[in-house]
Design a protein around this ligand. Structure first.
Ligand code: LAN
Length: 729
């Protein structure tokens, strides 16, 4: 069951909660995509630097962008959309957004500030309190794993603690309601392992009540199939510092505030709880991936072993190995780490290891703001340090595909975007011994500084660069010699042998056996232990390599073979009913679009391809009465198509794109979808935010606010090109 939508006016306003002055926020950026919101306390400084259109838009302020001539055709609507979206581009060429959704991140950054006695900036404090107030469940006042989730013990315990640490009194109506809901779920004792770890750091839980996170596994020989270097990158980068916290039993000193929180979040007195009996206590509402018997047995054995058999030298050795790897991760990611959870944990480890005056801790501190974004409902912590390269790639591709890139009014947008992609290409490999693959010549999802390439991000960015550089007014800034290394990496990332041959995973090749999932200890996430074959990643790589195949003869035979093998994988991943399950977007509409696009690049269309026929019918059957599509995030959890209560512009754009790329003969179905998109467009060319668009690990949703721009624009523009741009409205 999803939550009712937000009530207006915002709860924080109805309750009269303090807020900062929206007109004082500015977004600091640099040429490699850094995003940092700063608050100008001084009025005069604020006046000297007027807010830009994108800043106003992101803050939910009036942008003053004009009404555009009413669209009659799909092409008018596409161009109107682009005219609006172009105004949101930053000078450095990329687009910003609020990359929110996950509701378990703030606890990390607040806990690390509290532990290290680092003052939490006042404007952040005010706005985080507003955000949590505004995102609390409208009925029960709790929080879930993500912003559209039902309330869970994880979300509610962690965010309750955040509010209390940030100064909300326990009898404040927001805190009181959340606490009541938490108690109904059995209290904070039912938080999953990650929640228990943060609570333990804050001295609000006891380490003996957490299932073991032995850092010692890092000291095992790395050829072993279970060695963490074989795990999915996010899993290994989170469990690395979490293992350190666990092994060193890091704990904030008890103080009166913590003591009173201890008394608030449980259903019995803190001292009366035997924490060692609660390693496996997780609120049933929270559980997505229950423990397996193997995991439970393993945990019990490790608990005994670490209490009685773990020699001190092993503990020391493990600590040394872990800290060294964290230092490498910091260097290779410019202190950002792969994601927000490992980022704050690594910061904590550096504080403990190197001290409050150390360079390493200060570098982390300087990065904290890269994850904090201000929006109309408050301030949140983002899922990565942005979506810069991903959004820029799709926007530029869209402009090329629909012919807008050739129009003089968009030349600057394209040039700036290309220059950002140029600045974002990796120019160095990672530190040896960090278990990282080559990345030279590749692109990231967010920024070059973050340092991680993803198969599909490289492929989509590469395709974009190739497309843009074919435009007559563009100088080639990334010549073939600089594209070829990206192709080398893409080819090296294709899975071979036992693990879904032909497919592509996300950051790396599949390194470890999927059976490792049996020891997934996180309770709330699925598919985290190793890399998996992802249909969308495989699609994007096929699309990029196909484009490259027609552009260059470099490693031609291998490129052709890689495409062929990946296409076979894509076909084998299609369900009997014609759908493809999407792992990173919601869900079947998302993956359907990518898969059909990939196949269409091989000359497959409805007429000649069974796979495309099935894929098209799968989508066409799910069109709603009003001509739109609406897919619920529940599709991701249940692995079967679930309709959303409301039709959605983004799902509709994906479905229409799929049907057009597959050359679906019932054009009327597509036309109704296109009209639906046009009807939802505002007079200034924009579309408003609807349901959440993305997902990870099957259970956690994440926002992609710019999807509502470039995918509808692409669908409209493609429709106009393909069907002669008839008058529709
Ligand atoms: C992302 C965001 C982008 C996404 C795509 C490129 C869209 C995808 O095709 C491949 C996987 C990738 C890169 C991806 C992986 C997991 C991420 C990084 C995220 C969904 C954004 C946030 C998420 C990360 C794991 C969140 C932090 C939470 C933990 C459980 C560590």
């Amino acid at each position: 069951m999803s939550r009712p939508s937000k009530i207006s006016p915002l709860l924080s306003e109805r309750l009269g909660l303090p807020r900062t002055d929206k007109e004082r926020w500015r977004l600091n950026t640099d040429t490699v995509g850094r995003l940092q919101w700063i608050y100008l306390r001084d009025k005069e400084t604020a006046e000297r630097r007027p807010q830009s259109t994108h800043e106003k838009y992101l803050l939910g302020l009036e942008t003053g962008l004009p009404e555009l001539p009413a669209a009659e055709t799909a092409s008018d609507a596409a161009l109107n959309g682009l005219r609006f979206f172009k105004e949101l581009q930053l000078d450095e060429g990329f687009w910003a957004c609020r990359y929110g959704g996950p509701m378990f991140l703030l606890v990390g950054i607040v806990a690390v500030h509290y532990f290290t006695k680092t003052p939490f900036p006042e404007e952040w404090r005010i706005e985080v309190v507003r955000y949590l107030t505004n995102t609390a469940h409208p009925v029960d006042g709790g929080w879930g794993l993500h912003s559209e989730d039902k309330s869970t013990a994880f979300g509610t315990s962690c965010n309750y603690v955040v509010l209390r640490l940030l100064g909300m009194e326990p009898d404040h109506p927001v805190a009181a309601l959340a606490r009541r809901t938490l108690h109904k779920m059995g209290g904070a004792i039912g938080a999953p392992q990650w929640g228990k770890s943060w609570l333990s750091l804050l001295n609000l839980y006891e380490y003996e009540g957490i299932n073991p996170i032995p850092p010692d596994v890092w000291a095992l020989p790395d050829w072993l199939p279970i060695h963490p270097s074989k795990w999915w990158i996010h899993c290994r980068q989170v469990y690395l510092p979490m293992g350190y916290m666990y092994s060193e039993q890091l704990k904030a000193p008890l103080d009166p505030l913590l003591e009173s929180i201890r008394a608030e979040i449980y259903t019995q007195p803190y001292e009366s709880i035997d924490f060692s009996k609660h390693r496996n206590t997780v609120s049933p509402i929270d559980v997505y991936y229950p423990h397996t018997t193997i995991l439970n047995i393993m945990n019990s054995v490790i608990v005994l072993a670490q209490n009685y058999l773990r020699p001190n030298w092993l503990k020391r050795k493990a600590r040394e190995v872990v800290v060294n790897l964290i230092r490498k991760e910091n260097k290779d990611s410019n202190y950002l780490s792969v994601g927000p959870v490992s980022f704050v944990m690594n910061a904590l480890v550096m504080y403990v290891e190197d001290g409050p005056d150390s360079e390493s801790w200060k570098r982390h501190l300087d990065r904290m703001g890269d994850f904090m974004v201000i929006s109309d409902d408050g301030m949140l912590m983002t899922g990565t340090n942005g979506v810069q390269v991903w959004d820029t790639s799709f926007t530029l591709q869209t402009m090329c595909m629909i012919g807008a890139a050739e129009m003089p009014e968009f030349h600057e947008t394209v040039k700036k975007g290309l220059s950002f992609l140029e600045n974002s290409q990796f120019t160095e490999n990672c530190t040896p011994g960090s278990y990282r693959d080559p990345r030279l010549g590749c692109w990231p999802f967010s920024t070059k500084d973050q340092g991680y390439t993803v198969s599909d991000c490289t492929s989509e960015a590469m395709k974009t660069v190739l497309m843009v550089q074919k435009l007559p007014y563009i100088d080639v800034v990334i010549p073939d010699e600089k594209i070829n290394p990206a192709v080398d990496v893409l080819l090296s990332l294709q899975n071979r042998g036992a693990f879904s041959p032909g497919s592509f995973a996300s950051y790396e090749k599949i390194r470890g056996p999927p059976i490792l999932e049996l020891i997934n200890p996180a309770e709330v996430f699925g598919n985290i232990m190793v890399e998996y074959p992802y249909v969308e990643c495989s699609d994007s790589v096929v699309i990029g390599l196909s484009y490259f195949r027609d552009h260059s003869t470099y490693r031609h035979a291998e490129v052709v073979k890689a495409i062929e093998d990946a296409v076979n994988f894509i076909k084998s991943a299609q369900d009997d009913n014609g759908g493809w399950y999407g792992s990173w977007g919601i869900c079947y509409t998302y993956a359907g679009m990518f898969a059909i696009e990939a196949l269409s690049y091989q000359g497959e269309v409805f007429e000649n391809s069974e796979s495309i026929r099935k894929g098209c019918y799968f989508l066409a059957k799910r069109q709603e009465e009003d001509g739109g599509w609406g897919e619920s995030y529940r599709s991701c959890e249940t692995v079967t198509y679930v309709s959303h209560a409301q039709t959605q512009v983004v799902n509709t754009a994906w479905a229409c794109l799929a049907l057009m790329m597959g050359d679906f003969p019932e054009v009327d179905v597509i036309t109704r979808g296109i009209k639906f998109i046009m009807n939802r467009q505002k007079a200034n060319g924009e579309w408003l935010q609807e349901g959440i668009e993305g997902v990870f690990n099957r259970s956690c949703m994440i926002e992609y606010p710019n999807y509502k721009f470039y995918f509808p624009i692409k669908a409209l523009g493609m429709y106009a090109k393909k069907y002669g741009n008839p008058k529709l409205l």
